[in-house]
Design a protein around this ligand. Sequence first.
Ligand code: CP3
Length: 353
Amino acid sequence: MSPAPASASPADSDLVRAARGLPVSRTPVWFMRQAGRSLPEYRALRAGTKMLDACQDPDLITEITLQPVRRHGVDAAIFFSDIVLPLVVAGVDIEIKPGVGPVVAQPVRTVADVDALPDLDPDRLGFLGTAVRALVAELGATPLIGFAGAPFTLATYLIEGGPSKEHARTKAFMYAEPEAWSRLLAKLAVSSSTFLRAQIDAGASAVQLFDSWAGVLSAADYAERVLPHSRAVFDGLGERDVPRIHFGVGTGELLPLIGDAGADVVGVDWRVPLDEAARRVGPGRSLQGNLDPAVLLADRVTVDREVRRIVEQARAARGHVFNLGHGVLPETDPDVLTHVVELVHELTASPTA
Ligand code: CP3
């Protein structure tokens, strides 16, 4: 971690400033899944501990969250956890299977299942407050990003029972049981909002809402059956004044809508170039993205060319947070990630900074 000036604070960091469309000293960079299997030090620390146990151990959370900040010099830490954690804490029987993802013991398939879903008691998030406070103390001027899963993406895991490609059962439930669907997403919105508030109140400087799988929906269905519930997550943050990032994969057709949920920053995957994304998102919001994670597996010349292209295209946006278009692939060479941070900083350093 490079030492920050004594006066610097996370609330005035380049990440927060870019998210608000304010001038920055250089484009901030972080990576979705920066803490994880691409790092040997992560694999060593996680050995012998189940993912969801690690996510409830304040010492492990703190150390794993800090690893990529130390190694890569990224401009933000992202809280080490998982989108299903609030459900797990509420008592839903979920396991994260290595190489697979979240698996739900009793999927939500009926109206009765929806109504039986337990609520999240905020008093059970004590470990999270402990971890966030320890992190904020360690991070100094580097902001900590809190996060939660958006109601739709959480619903896909609950209904499918695990990861899926088409999310056909989820959509079938959405069409066949519109009222129960709405109740399910409303419940999930409360849980995600509670999870985000706990992170902000303990000191997180920004939040990201992951609606990773929303791109499987038409714009009309997204607008009518999903967006209001994502908006409820953000509305549940009340006056808490931290930037809100909203991200999904394959959301090219949804970009004009996603910001309406209440985001300051719209995350974009690699399918839509950022100048076109800026047009679709409209004024008044910043962009985050959008290097294809697979590019990091290619040669250095390709990596550099793609990073430069993104930095150029991002000039069309009100503000830019450099990131990947989705999470770091486990086989990524961590040195390439460090190189990308350095290159983005070098390309965007403002002469007056
Ligand atoms: O570094 C970070 O980005 C913070 C940590 C983080 C994790 N999960 C840790 C994790 C974040 C932000 C998430 C969010 C998450 N979890 C999402 C939204 C982001 C996205 O990728 O679209 C989703 C869909 C999930 C559900 C989930 N959990 C999946 C699909 C997987 C991967 C399964 C696998 O093994 O490939 C997980 C497990 C998971 N979450 C891992 C990590 C580091 C890997 C498990 C491990 O290391 O043992």
